[in-house]
Ligand binder design. Structure first.
Ligand code: NAP
Length: 463
């Protein structure tokens, strides 16, 4: 698996890290479970103290943390800082809300003879988190803040190209005062997934990643009868209705498809435009994309970052070539991008008709799939013609009409007049091939707890 830091802007391999040994995995499991036995007894206030400290450290050392993201996966520095702040906000959210979200719930029973029924939410053990590189901190915060706040402990297997970001979060939680073993980064090898998930001290796995990894890891979890949550790929529709404010909508479309160099599960990957405004929209969109300045991700003037690795850029190009074989028309937009670094010139893809299988693929980089819709119903049809079901967006001046369209799109999230957002206090997750389960808010913190019924019944109650 070869954990290594390779700067995508320079192509330089800077540091490598050996895979964890089998013994290290066993030690981590033992320490994580020992930590769990004490951590589950702590009060919400004690856990909140650790979450708050983690947020404070992230805010205080934001430059150090953000630089590491840019170094390892090439994200624009300003976006890396925003991600660091978002991660702090997630810790703060659960510091403030965990107790309320997991408060015991009295159940309204129909008959007094059913007793005094209460649902309590108890932690269950170690959660295994497998995370991707595209948001090296946010993805980790999204799972450890709720799970640690609930009283579980967490072992992390991060993506192999962000080993220093993974280690930085390990150090962060120690500095924040988390007991030893309660969260640990492991440079786990592939075969360790089965070892970890078949261990009885592990209660489940949370994966964020590709559909391929989802199929394998959900399969291993199923074999071990362990709960899993799957946050997988997406090909979000960005619908532009005929009454949309074109200027503002185009700005959001350009941003929605190109932030994080287009490597976002909820990027606006399929732009679907009403016939009446299609030509004008496309002209303005191309102009907007062509104006993006590609360059050094540390330079504040840069708007288009390199992809996460040269391999990612090569694979994306190969996927575009494959789409062409299926009949896709592809147009390169804008001037040349730097030759050095894993840059990818933005592309526009059309002719994605019903016999072109490429319309169903996720393109993880700055490739825009473009569709012309006859009317609202046709836009909804195109949006739903996808194996994925993650997010989506509808742009219109008439928000009631937007909500009506949003209700008919089969995904986990739809925004009216904004590309799919990532925030600390909004849920995240999808349906269909985009996976199952939800992260963040009350939904996320309840994924790996035992929803236990305690019912106190009058011993003299009638049979
Ligand atoms: P990926 O290859 O599936 O990698 C994600 C994580 O899974 C990495 O830590 C990877 O480790 C690990 N992994 C992959 N195969 C594995 C296996 N057989 N056993 C154990 N671990 C395995 O995903 P990616 O291509 O890097 O990331 C992009 C994908 O993630 C896109 O499809 C994107 O849409 C999706 N994503 C979804 C969300 C969401 O919330 N729904 C958010 C972000 C990204 P290695 O690096 O060591 O291979």
């Amino acid at each position: 698996m070869a954990y290594a830091t390779t700067n995508p802007y320079t192509g330089e391999k800077l540091k490598t890290f050996p895979d964890a040994t089998d013994q290290e995995i066993q030690t981590a499991l033992t320490e994580a479970y020992d930590a769990f036995k004490a951590w589950r007894q702590t009060s919400f206030a004690e856990r909140a103290k650790v979450m708050t400290a983690a947020a404070q450290i992230l805010r205080r050392d934001i430059d150090k943390y953000a630089r590491l993201i840019t170094l390892e996966m090439g994200k624009i520095y300003a976006e890396a800082k925003a991600e660091t702040i978002l991660s702090a906000e997630i810790f703060e959210y659960y510091a403030a809300k965990a107790e309320e979200l997991l408060a015991p719930e009295k159940l309204p029973v129909a008959n007094a003879a059913e007793g005094d029924a209460t649902l309590i939410h108890q932690p269950q053990g170690i959660v295994f988190a497998v995370e991707p590189w595209n948001f090296p901190y946010y993805q980790v915060a999204r799972i450890i803040a709720p799970q640690l706040s609930a009283g579980n402990t967490v072992l992390l297997k991060h993506a192999s190209n962000v080993p220093q970001c993974a280690a930085a979060f390990d150090t962060l939680m120690q500095e924040a005062g988390l007991p030893k073993g309660a969260f640990r980064n492991l440079y786990a090898a592939r075969h360790h997934t089965e070892v970890i998930l078949s261990d009885p001290r592990v209660c489940g796995v949370a994966l964020t990643g590709s559909e391929g990894a989802g199929t394998i890891i959900a399969g291993i979890a199923a074999k071990a009868l362990k709960k899993s949550t799957m946050e997988l790929g997406g090909s979000d529709a960005f619908i532009v209705l005929d009454d949309a404010d074109l200027e503002k909508t185009v700005k959001w479309a350009v941003f929605g498809r190109h932030w994080n160099a287009g490597q976002v599960c909820v990027s606006a990957k399929r732009i679907i435009v009403a016939d009446a405004i299609y030509d004008k929209f496309v002209e303005m969109y191309k102009k907007g994309v062509a104006a993006l300045k590609a360059g050094d991700p540390m330079d504040p003037a840069t708007q288009l970052a390199p992809l996460s690795s040269q391999k990612a850029a090569d694979d994306l190009l190969a996927q575009v070539e494959e789409a062409k074989k299926h009949g896709a028309h592809v147009e390169v937009i804008g001037g040349p991008v730097p030759e050095k670094g894993a840059f990818f010139r933005p592309m526009l893809m059309t002719n994605l008709h019903k016999d072109n299988a490429a319309r169903l693929w996720e393109f993880f980089g700055p490739v825009t799939q473009l569709y012309r819709a006859k009317d609202d119903a046709d836009a909804i049809r195109i949006a739903n013609d996808s194996p994925y079901g993650l997010g989506g967006a509808v742009f219109t001046r008439d928000t009631k009409r937007g909500v009506k369209v949003a209700e008919q799109i089969y995904t986990g999230m739809v925004y009216v007049n904004h590309p799919t957002m990532v925030k600390a206090d909004l849920p995240f997750g999808g349906v269909a091939r985009s996976g199952y389960g939800r992260e963040l808010i009350g939904l996320g913190i309840k994924e790996f707890v035992n929803h236990k019924l305690i019912d106190v019944v009058d011993i003299d109650a009638p049979f």
